[in-house]
Design a protein around this ligand. Structure first.
Ligand code: SAH
Length: 370
């Protein structure tokens, strides 16, 4: 983690608001802090618009290359076929950002006329500023789109869910091992009244942390990715109709001690307490947590993967797609190649990002994961 530099600390409006709350009511949990930074109604990071892309604070795979969305679109088309080519189905995207992934998927999906006639799109987006951007991006897409600001409900139609860089926005829970037990980690105030990480008096009521890390030394931090609710949501949908979900995100596949909360502002990393509300806060996803949640909450579900983003995109033909695109746009060939290399390079996004599938048990293994 980037170190906490007192000189870099910015007394943002949200910092002032949180300090006042902490003075009154005591330290807040890491999840509460992250939620406030991203979603505070007045000062939250996602209340402003252009945060993603080369001009924003961070950029994402669909913003780097159109081939990403085209390949994910092809994945959706194959899953739809695996589901028996239903005459009506729902495609849900969680956290669609600028709407770029959805627009790029649409181009691929429209190549299958029977599918495009069957398709309705639901976008889950909590930011009004980003919803407006998505509306603009998708205005000419021909898609039948509706928006919601919370998780999708069960539906009679088969459901396909996709989400890129969504899980890393889910606030984690963090614990610190103390001499007696695991305690919650939170945000409190130092002697001068500045925000600081704090070990709350509250202990962990979840005995599983001790089971996961029985040998942790005193002072070590453990972090759990908050995917349990999401898996419950998918389980509920899958009880009603065939369901498949694809998650792509930055993260690790082996459980490990340590914490991963990070802040990015203007494409630079900073300590997560530096500019509350004005930096993007994310965590690395612990993909092993998803398998654990499915064991616990997903009686009707199975997990495919995780595999690296490079393997996923490679198996689904991103190189072939890029070659075709380059031969029809020779002028842009170098840029197309550079974008695809960025997505699949093993030392970069290709290795650090992982893909995982969650599906109804009776569906075959999802494309790319077989
Ligand atoms: N998938 C996009 C954007 C990733 S940024 C891309 O790849 O470019 C994260 C997105 O998830 C943003 O659109 C953000 O507003 C949305 N988001 C994050 N947490 C959310 C939540 N709890 N509810 C609804 N939307 C959320």
């Amino acid at each position: 983690m980037t170190s906490y530099d007192p000189d870099a600390r910015r007394d943002t409006p949200l910092a002032q608001k949180l300090k006042q709350e902490i003075r009154k009511h005591g330290p807040i949990g890491i999840g509460t802090y992250m939620n406030a930074c991203l979603w505070d109604q007045d000062y939250g990071y996602y209340t402003k618009g252009e945060v993603i892309g080369e001009k924003g604070d961070f950029t994402t795979a669909p913003e780097i290359s159109q081939t990403f969305g085209e390949i994910v679109g092809a994945w959706v088309a194959v899953v739809w076929q695996q589901m028996g080519s239903p005459s009506s189905f729902r495609l849900v995207e969680l956290g669609p950002g600028h709407g770029t992934l959805c627009a790029d998927m649409a181009r691929t999906l429209y190549r299958v006329p029977e599918l495009s006639g069957a398709l309705e799109v639901e976008l889950m987006e909590a930011s009004t500023a980003l919803t407006e951007l998505q509306r603009t991006t998708l205005a000419d897409s021909g898609l039948n789109v509706s928006w919601r600001n919370n998780f999708p409900e069960p539906d009679e139609r088969p459901t396909i869910i996709v989400a890129n860089e969504f899980l890393d926005c889910l606030p984690p829970v963090q614990f610190v091992k103390t001499a007696e037990t695991w305690r919650y980690r939170g945000v409190g105030l130092d002697r001068s009244g500045n925000l600081e990480f704090d070990v709350a008096a509250r202990t962990d009521p979840r005995p599983d942390i001790e089971k996961l890390f029985p040998d942790a030394d005193i002072g070590r931090i453990a972090e759990t990715t908050a995917t349990n609710h999401l898996i419950e949501v998918i389980e509920n949908i899958a009880r009603q109709s065939p369901t498949a979900a694809l998650f792509i995100d930055y993260g690790h596949t082996e459980r490990a001690l340590g914490e991963t909360l990070q802040a990015i502002r203007n494409q630079n990393y900073e300590h997560p307490l530096t500019s509350p509300g004005e930096a993007d806060l994310t965590v690395h996803v612990d993909f092993s947590e998803i398998s654990r949640d499915v064991e616990q909450f997903g009686a009707d579900l199975a997990v495919d993967g995780p595999i690296t983003q490079a393997e996923f995109l490679g198996r689904l033909g991103i190189i072939e797609r890029a070659s075709r695109l380059m031969s029809t746009n020779p002028v842009k060939a170098a840029a197309i190649e550079a974008g695809v290399m960025r997505l699949i390079s093993p030392q970069g996004m290709g290795g650090r990002f992982k893909a995982i599938g969650v599906r109804s048990k009776d569906l075959p293994a999802l494309p790319g994961f077989e």
